[in-house]
Structures are given as C-alpha cells and as structure tokens.
Design a protein around this ligand. Structure first.
Ligand code: UT7
Length: 381
C-alpha cells in the first residue's frame, strides 16, 4: 500500500517584543513609508536576550505536538531548518529534542536559508512515504536579529525572529505532501551570505572588526532571482502534483517582500484572495516564515479539509523549494484545540523529565569520579 505524509499538528511562536518601522527610523536613515512601499513590512518581532532559536523552536514544537495530540516519545525524527542556529554545533535540533523530552528521536539541522522549512517538509515526507519513519517534527526557527548589522539600512529593516513547526505522520489515506521541488544554484552563494565565523573565515578579531559576522546581501540580485524562481518552482510542483494553478486554494509564499509575492502571484494568475500574506506583522523570518504563515492560515480558517495548498520558498544558497500539500486534517482540529492547563502540564512534564535526566547524568558522572578516587586509594587486592 502506498504511504502518504499528512500534517497532523502545527504551532508557531514569535517573541513578544515588536519593533515598528518608526523605531527603526530612529536607528538608521530610513522611514516607515520607504519600508512599506518597498517591502510591505510594517513591524517585526525581535528576540529578547533570553530568547534564542532553540527556545523559540521548542515553543512552536510544543504547540504543534499539542495540536497533533502526540507525545514527545512518539516523535522519531526532528528536523530544524535554520540559518541562525544556537551554536555552530551541536545541532539546534538536538537541543530541541532534549527540551521536548523526545527520547526516541533522531535530530539534525537543515541549512537551506529561507527555503529551509520547505526543504525539511519535503525531506520528512519522503522519509515517511519510504517507510523509514512514521512521525516527524519539522521546525523552521530563526533569530536573524542576531546576525543583522543594525547600522545597515538595506538589511536591518527586512528581518524578524520567530519559529513555526509541523508534525507529519504517515498514513495509507491519500493526501498530505503530494509533490516536492527542491533546487539550488550555489553560483549565487555570495549574494546572501554571512561571510565570517565558518571554516573559510574563522571567527576572530579581524572578522569582527570588518563586520564579516553580519548578513551581507545584494538585494537587487536576490530580488530578481526570487521573482523568477517563485513562479517557476510553483508551476513545476503543481504539474508534478497533477494540479492546474487555478485549482490551488491557497498559495503560501515565503514572506520576504510583498512586491516579490505580488509579482509571482500575478505571473501564476493566482488571485490575491488565494495568496496568504502576513509579512506586514513579522517581516522576513527566513526559514520560519512559511510555517508561521501556514499556522496562521489554519488557525484563521483559511485552510479547510480537501484544500490544495502550494508553498514556495527561496533564499540563501541560493535555494528554492516548493511543496504541494493536500490538506487532510480533520475538521475538529480547526479552529485550534483548547490548550487547557492539563494539556500544558502534560507537555511541560516532558521538558522537566529532560532536565531531570540532565541532573541524573551529572550525578552519575560525579559518582563515577568518586568511585575512581575510592578505588585508587583502596586498591583491590
Ligand atoms: O529571504 C530572502 C531575503 N532577501 C530578500 O528577499 C531581498 C530581496 N530584495 C529586496 O527585497 C529589495 O532589493 C530591497 C527591498 C531590499 C531593496 O529594494 P531595491 O529596489 O532593490 O533598492 P536598492 O537596494 O537598489 O536601493 C535603492 C535605494 C538606494 O539609494 P540610492 O543609492 O538610490 O540613493 C538605497 O541606498 O534605496 C536606498 N535604500 C533605502 N532607503 C531607505 C536601501 N535601503 C533603504 C532603507 N530606507 N531601508
């Protein structure tokens, strides 16, 4: 029997702190008018010093697992798509696995820039369809505010922080992720890059003084690439899915720039009411943009069972990715389930269990050291 990969849970998180265009205009030479006209962005959420990629990913993941009504131990694989990981290593996905108490899950990060979440969904769906795993958590999470040069008006006005997640599960029921398109063109790698901090330019005083740890972007070039690739990837994935574009119920593009979205929708002849746009509130949250949009679209009733949803991302790499999703989640899950105190407690318990495991590991290490000391002082005859 063929297997299908269905979205059974979704969740998102954005930091409470909001930064308006007017606030930005006090920091760099820009204006609310310019930002709105050129990008469509009105404000963005910015992580507090206590918030980071893993933490936001955990919030979104918990919500997705609550909606799906799955236990952390049911998750077999965690994929975190991010261009702003917690550390170069270990993978942010491992930190998420630990915080969730997902003790049966493999975990890895996926770096495909703003296309990362769609790359993750397509990869997870392939693994489910192939029978390798049955339940996979895919997260897109970013704290790009930590990589932005707050003196560079060409980039700092664009990005925001946040996370979104889905739980995918295998079933014999047709639907779910039915077609995928992944693409890359590394010849454009330098068009959107953080040049410092990797093996080419290891972090040091020089990389910091020359600002190599910040995002560098050739906006015009990326814009041209984006308008071209969004439409072509959407056409390709629709064809693979056996859909005509007029049958698409909701188009969820990467939320980078309203002009890019409008141009792609126009070229695909998808009317504005079928295009999901929320970048006015969040800016470009990179790999988190599509899952946050998907989450909002479901929670506001824009997606109904049987709908054909087309998601397209593009970004650093250069990369692009598109996914055709036939929405199959039962009606009772939308609007979102009531997240009661008991449900919250249940999910928090798994997090506490993980902290206890960490404490036990320390205790175990201390006992083992103690044993060694005792054995050295009292050699066994
Ligand atoms: O997830 C992928 C991430 N990247 C993207 O999606 C970016 C795609 N690119 C874009 O969205 C657009 O290129 C931008 C919105 C970033 C810029 O629009 P543009 O039409 O390509 O403008 P530009 O960079 O060519 O700059 C035009 C002018 C320049 O001034 P001069 O040289 O003509 O005097 C810039 O200095 O706009 C100026 N400018 C600004 N002015 C006010 C650039 N940024 C700003 C700003 N406020 N924030």
């Amino acid at each position: 029997m063929p297997r299908y990969a269905h979205v059974i849970g979704w969740g998102c998180y954005v930091p409470p702190k909001v930064m308006s265009n007017d606030e930005l205009a006090k920091m760099v030479d820009t204006s609310d008018g310019w930002i709105r006209e050129m990008t469509g962005i009105g404000e963005r959420h910015i992580a507090s010093p206590k918030e980071s990629t893993a933490l936001m990913a955990v919030h979104a993941a918990r919500e997705a697992m609550e909606t799906a009504d799955v236990n952390p131990s049911d998750i077999e694989l965690i994929i975190v798509a991010t261009a702003s990981p917690e550390y170069p290593f270990p993978a942010t996905a491992c930190l998420v696995q630990d915080a969730l108490g997902a003790d049966h899950a493999g975990a890895f990060d996926l770096e495909a820039g703003c296309s990362g979440f769609v790359y993750g969904m397509c990869s997870a769906a392939g693994m489910i369809r192939g029978g390798m795993f049955n339940t996979i958590l895919v997260v897109g999470a970013e704290t790009l505010s930590r990589l932005v040069d707050w003196n560079d008006r060409a980039t700092c006005v664009l990005f925001g922080d946040g996370a979104g997640a889905v739980v995918l599960r295998g079933s014999e029921k047709p639907g779910g992720v039915i077609a995928s398109v992944l693409g890359s063109d590394g010849s454009g790698g330098e068009l959107l890059i953080v040049p410092g901090g990797g093996s080419r330019n290891p972090a040091g005083p020089e990389t910091v003084t020359s600002g190599m740890h910040y995002i560098k972007m050739s906006g015009r070039e990326v814009y041209r690439f984006a308008t071209r690739v969004m439409a072509s990837a959407a056409r390709q994935v629709a064809q693979q899915a056996g859909w005509t574009l007029d049958k698409v119920d909701l188009f969820i593009p990467h939320q980078a720039n309203l002009r890019i979205i409008d141009s792609a929708a126009k070229s695909l002849k998808i009317p504005p009411e079928k295009v999901f746009v929320n970048l006015e509130k969040y800016g470009n949250t990179s790999a988190a943009s599509i899952p946050i949009a998907l989450c909002e679209a479901i929670d506001t009733g824009r997606i109904k069972p049987g709908d054909k949803v087309l998601m397209v991302g593009f970004g650093a790499g250069l990369t692009w990715a598109a996914c055709a999703l036939e929405w199959t989640t039962p009606k009772h899950l939308a609007p979102p389930v009531q997240r009661t105190f008991l449900i919250r407690l249940r999910y928090n318990w798994f997090g506490i269990r993980s902290i206890l495991a960490r404490i036990l590991r320390h205790v175990d290490a201390a006992l083992s050291r103690l044993r060694e000391v005792v054995e050295r002082k009292l050699p066994v005859e």
